[in-house]
Design a binder for this molecule. Structure first.
Ligand code: NAD
Length: 285
C-alpha cells in the first residue's frame, strides 16, 4: 500500500483525519466541494499545527513538513488513481455517501473507508466494484485527541482489508476496535441514545443543560456531558444519525422535537457558535 491518503469532505471530521494522516507521514489529498471550505481548510490546519508547536507538542520542522504533505482539491476528478487509502467524511446521508463512494471506487484505492457514524457498511457497499476492500473507519471528534478508531467490518469486507485497517489505525496512533456491521456500531448507538435522552430532559425542564452535563461528569465520571458533546459533534450530524437509527431500531431513536427545532434555526453547536451552549472561537462560554 502506498502512502497516498485521500480524505473526502473537509468538515469537522475530514479536517481532523487529514491532520492525523499528515502527522503520520502520509501525502494527504483533502477533497472538498464547497469552494469556501476548500480555501479555509489549509488555513485551519496550519493554525492547528501552529497551536501544537506553541504548546510544545510538535516541533516547528514537523509542523512545516505536515503542511507540505497536504494538498486541497475541489473534486475527486483531480485525484490520481490507486491511492493507498481513501476515506469519505461527507454528511451522514446514504445517497450522498453512495454517490461519493461510487466515484471514489473508480480510483481503485487499496483501502476504501467510510467515516459513517451509523449507516450500514453493507448498504454503503451496494454497487461498489470491489466491496472486499471497503469497510468503516469511524474516527472520533476531535480526531487528533481521541484514541479510538472503530473498524466496521461489512458483509463483503475481506479479512486482509480488516488487517490492513488495524495496521493503519496503529500507524495513525489510534487504538482500534473491530466491530460487526449493525447500525450505530458499538459507539453511536449508545452515545446517541444518551444524547437524545439528555435533550428530552432539557425539554422537560429537568435541569439546565449545564447541570445535566455536570450530573453526568461528576456522578458518572463522563469526561464531557452529553449536551456539550452534542454541541461538539454538531446538532445536524446527531439529527442525521438519530434518523438513521430510528429507521433501523424504531421510535426509541426518534429525534426529540427540540433537536429538530434547533437544527432548523441553525443552532448547530460549536461550529455555528450556538447550541446548548454559546461558543466563541471554538471555546465554550
Ligand atoms: P460536516 O458537515 O462538518 O462536513 C462534511 C463536509 O463534506 C462539508 O465540508 C461538505 O461541504 C463536504 N461535502 C459534501 N459533499 C461532498 C462531496 N461530494 N465531495 C467532497 N466534499 C463534500 O460533517 P462532519 O461532522 O465532518 O461529519 C462527516 C461524517 O463523519 C458523517 O458521516 C458523520 O456522521 C461522521 N462523524 C462525525 C463526527 C462528529 O463528531 N462530527 C464523529 C464521527 C463521525
Amino acid at each position: 500500500m502506498n502512502d497516498r491518503f485521500v480524505v473526502v469532505g473537509a468538515g469537522t471530521m475530514g479536517l481532523g483525519i487529514a491532520y492525523v494522516a499528515a502527522g503520520a507521514g502520509h501525502a494527504v489529498e483533502l477533497v472538498e466541494v464547497d469552494p469556501g471550505r476548500a480555501a479555509e481548510a489549509p488555513v485551519r490546519l496550519a493554525s492547528l499545527w501552529d497551536r501544537a508547536v506553541q504548546r510544545g507538542k510538535l516541533d516547528a520542522d514537523e509542523a512545516a513538513a505536515n503542511r507540505e504533505r497536504l494538498v486541497v482539491r475541489t473534486s475527486l476528478a483531480e485525484v490520481a488513481a490507486e491511492p493507498g487509502v481513501l476515506v469519505e467524511a461527507v454528511p451522514e446521508r446514504l445517497e450522498l455517501k453512495r454517490a461519493v463512494l461510487a466515484v471514489a471506487a473508480t480510483l481503485r484505492p487499496a483501502l476504501l473507508g467510510s467515516n459513517t457514524s451509523s449507516i450500514s457498511i453493507g448498504e454503503l457497499a451496494v454497487g461498489l466494484p470491489q466491496p472486499e476492500r471497503f469497510l468503516g473507519l469511524h474516527f472520533f471528534n476531535p480526531v487528533w485527541a481521541m484514541a479510538l478508531l472503530e473498524v466496521v467490518v461489512g458483509p463483503a469486507t475481506a479479512p486482509e482489508t480488516t488487517d490492513t485497517a488495524v495496521t493503519l489505525a496503529r500507524r495513525l496512533g489510534k487504538d482500534p476496535v473491530v466491530v460487526r456491521d449493525l447500525p450505530g456500531f458499538a459507539t453511536s448507538r449508545l452515545g446517541v441514545a444518551l444524547g437524545l435522552e439528555a435533550i428530552r430532559m432539557v425539554a422537560d425542564g429537568v435541569a439546565s443543560p449545564a447541570d445535566i452535563d455536570k450530573a453526568m461528569v461528576l456522578g458518572y465520571r463522563h469526561p464531557v456531558g452529553p449536551l456539550e458533546l452534542t454541541d461538539m459533534v454538531g446538532l445536524d450530524v446527531r439529527l442525521d444519525i438519530a434518523r438513521t437509527l430510528q429507521t433501523a431500531y424504531g421510535d426509541r431513536f426518534a429525534p426529540p422535537p427540540l433537536l429538530v427545532e434547533m437544527v432548523a434555526e441553525g443552532r448547530l453547536g460549536k461550529k455555528s457558535g450556538q447550541g446548548f451552549y454559546r461558543w466563541v472561537d471554538g471555546v465554550k462560554q
